[in-house]
Design a protein around this ligand. Structure first.
Ligand SMILES: [Zn+2]
Length: 118
């Protein structure tokens, strides 16, 4: 059941804060090398559904491979709460659902994405 809601979230220390409007009834677990190590659960939204509220100047960018995706993270606590990149549908933001406030990840439907094969 698709349900669009607005959530707040951020990194662990609170430097990075954002708001996102998304349907998180289904989230994505990716098996590519950084996602596997990070254990992130993703939801993908267009840039207009995402608003960074704090931490823009502090974010560090990690890129690898084809460097299509900016894996942004907080240099203070190390948490990567979201990434930015461009895909077939244009610019998108991947939000780490584990970084949303008051979220019970045990209730989410997780689908697997075979990022390792890309
Ligand atoms: Zn932080």
């Amino acid at each position: 059941m698709a349900e669009m809601k607005t959530y707040t979230g951020g990194c662990h220390c609170g430097e990075v804060r954002f708001e996102v409007t998304a349907d998180i009834s289904s989230v994505t677990s990716c098996n590519c090398s950084p996602c596997q190590k990070r254990g992130a659960l993703w939801v993908f939204v267009p840039p207009e559904s995402f608003a960074l509220r704090a931490g823009l100047e502090d974010l560090k960018d990690y890129q690898f491979g084809k460097k299509r995706i900016h894996h942004l993270f907080c240099p203070q606590c190390g948490v990567g709460a979201f990434s930015r990149g461009s895909g077939p549908q244009g610019e998108m933001v991947a939000v780490n659902v584990r970084c949303l406030d008051d979220i019970d990840t045990g209730t989410l439907r997780v689908s697997s994405f075979d990022g390792k094969s890309l």
